[in-house]
Design a protein around this ligand. Structure first.
Ligand code: ADP
Length: 616
C-alpha cells in the first residue's frame, strides 16, 4: 500500500468511525445538534462505504445510478454541516435558504446530466460546496472566539475540519479539469486533515481532553486559592471561583448554589439569594442533582425538564454536587446558551472543581466553629474578670467599714470616746460603695436614660463644693475659673465630676496637684479636671470611654476599678448634648474636659460625642 493510499485509508476510517459514533449518540440522546452531526457523518460514511464496496468488487464499478447517488450524497454534505454550525452560533435564514436552493439546483442538475457531468454543473456544484463549507468553517470559528475551555478547542477543530473539507472539494474540482500528481497528493492530505480535525472535534481523545482539563484545572486551583481566604472569612462572594469554573467549562455562566436546609432550597450567595434556575421547587436540574447527589449533564435543559422549560431557554447545563464526607453543601452548576460544545464526560472536570469548592466550604465551616468557640470563651473570661473586679471593689471598702465598725464597737464596750476618724472613714467607704453599685445599676439600665430633669446650675460652684468634700486628703485640689451656668441634671453632672476627680486622685501620686476649672466659652460651659498623674498611653485614648474598658498598662490594673466610670460620664455628658475629651501625656498627667451647652435649647440627647487626643 502506497503512502497516499495509507493516508486516504486513515481519513476514511476516521470518517466511518465518526459516523457510527454520532449515530449511536443521536439514538441515545436525540438532540438537534446530535441529529445534525450524525446526518453529516452518516453521509460521509456512506460515500466511503460505497467506495470500499466498489474497490472490493461488491458493488459495480460502472453503474450510472449508483454514481449519480454518490454524487448527490456528496453534494448534500455541506448542508447538515451548515445546520450544525448554526446550532452553536445561530444561522441567518437567508444563508440557510440560499444553501437549500443551491442544494436543490445541484441535485436536479446532477440527476438530469448523467456522467460525465457537464463543465457548468461541475463549476456550480464545486462553488456551492466550497462556499457552504467555508461559511460553516467561519461560523465555527466565530463560535470558538466566544467560548472557552474544551468547547473552544472543539469548535476550533470543527472549523479547521470544515476548511480542510472545502479545500478538498476545491482540489477535486480542479482535478476534473487538470491532471496533476501534486493535486492528487493534496486531496489525500486535505482529506486526512479533515478526518483528523473532525475526529478531535467530535470524538476528542481522552489524553487530549485530559491535557486541556489539566491546564484549566490548574488555573481554577490557582484562582480558588486566591478566592478561598475571602470565602472562608465570609466577606467575599463566590464570583471569582464561579468565573474560573465558567472559563474552564467553556460555559457563559457558573454558579455555586448553597443548600438552605430550613427553606429546603438552593440559593446563590453571589446573586444574594434565589435564582430561578436553582430554587424552583423540587424539579430544576440542579435541584434534582442535589437530591440524587449526582452530576448531571443536560445538553438541552429545557427538553430534559419540560415543567421549567421557560427558565432554561435552550441552554446547556452541567451540575455537580458540592459534597464532602457526606456533608451536602450544595451544587456547582455551569450553564448558558448558545449551547457550548460539551459532552457527558466533561462532568468529570466539573466534579473535581465542585470537590474543591466543598473543601473551601468545609474550611469556612471549621473557621466559623472555631471563632464561635473563641467568642464563647472570651465572653466567659470577660464575665469572670468582671465578677472578680466587682468582688474586689466591694470587698476593699467593706473591709475598711468592718474594721472601723469593730473598732467603734470596742470603744463603745469600753466606754471610750468614739473615734470620729473611724466614723468619717466608714461614711467615705459607704459612699464609695454606693457609687460602685450606682455605676452597676446605671450600666444594667444601659438602654434607659441617664439624665432626668435639667435646671440651671453654676458648675463653678459645683466644683468648689466637690473640692471641699474631696475623696483625698493627700492631694492639693484647687478650683479655678469663673461662674459658669448651664442647664444640667445636677445629680448626674455631680456624678461626672466626682468620677473624674476620683480618677485624678486614683491615678496621681500623693501630693499631686489637681486643678478643677469651670468657665463659659461661647455657647458652652467648659469644665476641666487636670492632674499630674501617670497619664494615659496614646493607644488607650480611643478606648477608655468604652464600656468595661480599663487601661492596658500593668500599673492601671493595680488600681481598683470596673472600667465603667468614663463610659458613664460620656453617656451623661452626651445626653446633655455635650461632649467629653481627654488630653494626656504618659508620666506628666491628664486633662479631661467636659463641654455642655449653656442654653437649654441646645441640648440634644443624641448630639454629643467623645473625643480623645494625645497631648503633645
Ligand atoms: P476605672 O478607673 O474603673 O478603671 P474608668 O472608666 O474611670 O474606669 O477609666 C478607664 C481607664 O482610663 C482607667 O482604667 C485608666 O487606665 C484610665 N484613666 C482614667 N482616668 C485617668 C487619669 N486621670 N489618669 C490616668 N489614667 C486614667
Amino acid at each position: 500500500m502506497s503512502a497516499e493510499e495509507f493516508t486516504s485509508l486513515i481519513a476514511e476510517i476516521s470518517f466511518v468511525l465518526l459516523a457510527i459514533l454520532s449515530i449511536v449518540r443521536a439514538v441515545r440522546h436525540p438532540r438537534i445538534t446530535k441529529i445534525h452531526t450524525s446526518a453529516f457523518f452518516s453521509l460521509a460514511g456512506l460515500i466511503i462505504l460505497v467506495s470500499w464496496g466498489r474497490d472490493l468488487g461488491w458493488l459495480p464499478q460502472e453503474n450510472e445510478p449508483l454514481t449519480t447517488l454518490v454524487q448527490i450524497l456528496l453534494i448534500s454534505l455541506p448542508y447538515p454541516l451548515l445546520r450544525l454550525a448554526g446550532d452553536f452560533t445561530g444561522i441567518r435564514m437567508i444563508a440557510r435558504r440560499a444553501a437549500e436552493a443551491a442544494l436543490l439546483v445541484s441535485t436536479v442538475a446532477i440527476a438530469a446530466s448523467g456522467s460525465p457531468l457537464p463543465t457548468w454543473v461541475v463549476l456550480f456544484v464545486v462553488t456551492y460546496f466550497v462556499a457552504t463549507t467555508t461559511y460553516a468553517s467561519w461560523m465555527f470559528m466565530h463560535a470558538a472566539v466566544t467560548m472557552r475551555g474544551v468547547s473552544q478547542l472543539r469548535m476550533s477543530f470543527a472549523a479547521a475540519g470544515s476548511l480542510s473539507l472545502a479545500l478538498l472539494i476545491l482540489d477535486v474540482g480542479v482535478m476534473t479539469f487538470v491532471e496533476s500528481s501534486v493535486l492528487s497528493a493534496l486531496s489525500n492530505l486535505t482529506m486526512l486533515a479533515a478526518g483528523v480535525f473532525y475526529y478531535i472535534a467530535f470524538a476528542m481523545p481522552q489524553w487530549l481532553k485530559r491535557l486541556v482539563h489539566t491546564s484549566h484545572l490548574e488555573r481554577f486551583i490557582r484562582l480558588s486559592v486566591e478566592a478561598a481566604p475571602g470565602i472562608i472569612r465570609g466577606d467575599s462572594t463566590f464570583e471569582m471561583l464561579e468565573s474560573a469554573v465558567a472559563y474552564a467549562m467553556g460555559t457563559p455562566h457558573a454558579r455555586v448554589a448553597l443548600w438552605d436546609a430550613d427553606m429546603g432550597e438552593l440559593w446563590s450567595p453571589t446573586l444574594g439569594g434565589r435564582h430561578p434556575l436553582l430554587v424552583n421547587p423540587h424539579s430544576t436540574v440542579p435541584y434534582r442533582g442535589f437530591q440524587e447527589q449526582r452530576a448531571i449533564f443536560s445538553e438541552d435543559a429545557g427538553a430534559d425538564d419540560l415543567d421549567n422549560a421557560e427558565i432554561y431557554d435552550g441552554m446547556v447545563l452541567l451540575t455537580a454536587p458540592v459534597t464532602l464526607d457526606n456533608h451536602r453543601y450544595g451544587m456547582l452548576t455551569a450553564f448558558g446558551g448558545p449551547p457550548p460544545f460539551l459532552h457527558t464526560d466533561d462532568l468529570q472536570l466539573l466534579q473535581v472543581m465542585a470537590d474543591q469548592v466543598a473543601v473551601i466550604l468545609r474550611d469556612r465551616e471549621l473557621l466559623q466553629e472555631v471563632s464561635a468557640a473563641r467568642a464563647r470563651e472570651e465572653t466567659m473570661k470577660l464575665m469572670d474578670d468582671f465578677f472578680a473586679a466587682v468582688a474586689h471593689d466591694l470587698k476593699t471598702p467593706l473591709t475598711t467599714i468592718l474594721g472601723q465598725g469593730q473598732r467603734l464597737q470596742r470603744q463603745i464596750r469600753r466606754g471610750q470616746e468614739l473615734d470620729t476618724d473611724a466614723i468619717e472613714s466608714i461614711v467615705q467607704q459607704a459612699v464609695h460603695m454606693r457609687r460602685l453599685v450606682e455605676d452597676l445599676l446605671d450600666d444594667a439600665r444601659e438602654r434607659g436614660q441617664y439624665t432626668g430633669d435639667v435646671a440651671p446650675v453654676d458648675l463653678h460652684e459645683l466644683l468648689r463644693d466637690l473640692a471641699v468634700h474631696a475623696p483625698s486628703g493627700h492631694h492639693e485640689i484647687v478650683v479655678e475659673g469663673e461662674s459658669a451656668i448651664a442647664p444640667v441634671d445636677e445629680a448626674r453632672m455631680r456624678q461626672v465630676f466626682i468620677n473624674l476627680l476620683e480618677n485624678a486622685v486614683k491615678y496621681s501620686p500623693d501630693g499631686g496637684r489637681i486643678v478643677l476649672r469651670a468657665q463659659p466659652v461661647e455657647s458652652f460651659v467648659c469644665v476641666s479636671v487636670s492632674d499630674q498623674g501617670i497619664g494615659i498611653p496614646p493607644g488607650d485614648l480611643e478606648t477608655i470611654f468604652q464600656r468595661f474598658s480599663r487601661g492596658s498598662r500593668e500599673p492601671d490594673r493595680r488600681f481598683s476599678g470596673l472600667g465603667l466610670g468614663l463610659y458613664t460620664c460620656r453617656r451623661i455628658v452626651e445626653e446633655h448634648g455635650g461632649h467629653i475629651e481627654v488630653q494626656s501625656r504618659p508620666g506628666e498627667g491628664s486633662t479631661f474636659t467636659v463641654r455642655v451647652p449653656s442654653e437649654v435649647g441646645a441640648i440634644s440627647r443624641k448630639g454629643g460625642y467623645a473625643e480623645a487626643r494625645s497631648g503633645d
